[in-house]
Each structure stands twice: as structure tokens, then as C-alpha cells.
Design a protein around this ligand. Sequence first.
Ligand code: APR
Length: 233
Amino acid sequence: MKNLVVLSGAGMSAESGISTFRGGGGLWDKYPVEQVATPEGYAKDPELVINFYNERRKQLLEVVPNGGHLGIADLEKDFNVTVITQNIDNLHERAGSKHVIHLHGELTKVCSSRNPNDYRYIKELSPEEYQVRLGDKAGDGSQLRPFIVWFGESVPMIETAIEYVESADIFVIIGTSMNVYPAAGLLNYAPQDTEIYLIDPNPVDIHSYRKVSVIQKGASEGVEELSALLNTD
Ligand code: APR
């Protein structure tokens, strides 16, 4: 089976009702990035940041995977699929994708404020625990913090992601504006003969001269078209 690697971003979940970050009405218009997605913002007002992610978790209980997520999961019948996502939601997993790498963390997890990547203190929350409070402690006694990679923090999963991209026969970019690194740089690790597809309803600058087959559609329709092009079903 061929290796198919997906790089997904916020647009992947847009049709499920989760806002994208950039562009009109994006999340970063409503909430300043510096406040809710940087270590400095967290140090300044941890409660505000904890509550912001509590809200995101609440929303997770109200949304379901869309046709795009389901279509990607379906590709596992015909390909070795690895999903590399910038999204912190769990919609790929809930659609049935078995191998999902989260570059920017996971909403359903919390960690230590002292060392967010100390695996001993990374904990999966059950839905009953989705509302974290100031004062809730990680195993090392520090405040429980959302397991999210904020701007300015390292992206530990990038090395693993690169390894999969390096052995991709097919690389599919879906719903990302390709503005945020190192995620946006992953394309550069795809071998020269890798087929590259891009699904997005809007034009995206991929910062590369690679030949890309553009499917200018939303995630659901776009993945359907991709499956047809790849001759599945
Ligand atoms: N289907 C597919 N793509 C869509 C859809 C849709 N229905 N609707 C919008 N899009 C596209 C937009 O055209 C845009 O190219 O999704 C992309 C969303 O871009 P961003 O909002 O910039 O999101 P993303 O690229 O995932 O952001 C990267 O930045 O804010 C940080 O950490 C955050 O992981 C995030 C990272």
C-alpha cells in the first residue's frame, strides 16, 4: 500500500462548525493571540487562558466530524494513512483515523505548567473533567495547563511528522493557510516524486515551486474529489 500523508489545518474542521483562526470572523479576531496562545499570556492571566480552552472543550462536545474527516478515515482502506494535524480537536480520531499526529497539542489533554512535555504529567481528560479550574494540579504539583503548543514554544512532534512526510507517496494539504511554521515547512520534506494535492476553497500560497494539484473546494467536497482522483471505491 502507498503511504498517504495528510497535513490538515483549521479549515478541515470548519464544516463541523469550528472557526478557523485567520480571515474574516476567525478566532484570532475575537481573542488576541498574545493573550490566549502564548506562554506570556498564560503567565499574565492563567484563569482567562484556562477558561478559553474550557470553552473550546465545551464546543468539542457539540460538534461532530464532517465528510472531510470521514473521507480521510475511509482512505485507510486503500492507503497507509498518516494524518498530521495542526488542529487541537479530536475530529480526525472520532471519524476513525487510526494514526493522527497532533503538532499543536490536544484539547482533550492537560499537562504540567512547569514542563508541558513531561509525559508523566500529560493526562487525557474525560468529558466530565473538561472544565479545568485555577487550582487544579498536575502530578508535579504545578497548575494543570492545557496541552497546547503555544506560539514561541517548541513543537516536539515535528520530528516524527518529518519522518512520515519523507516516506510519503502522496501528500495532501487540507484547510491550512500555511502561515505557521514549522508545520508549513513540512512540504519541503516530501520526496521529489511525491504527488501533492491541496484542498482549500481559497487560494493558498504554499511557499514552494512544487507541482501541486489544487482542488479548490471545501473539505467534504474536496476529499470526495480526491478519493475519486486517487481511484478509490
Ligand atoms: N474546507 C477546507 N478549508 C477551509 C474551509 C473549508 N470548508 N474553510 C476555510 N478553509 C481554509 C481557509 O481558506 C484557510 O486557508 O482553511 C484555512 C485556515 O487557515 P488558518 O485559519 O490560518 O488555520 P491554520 O492554517 O490551521 O492555522 C495554523 O495557527 O493559529 C495557529 O496554532 C494555530 O494550528 C493553528 C495554526
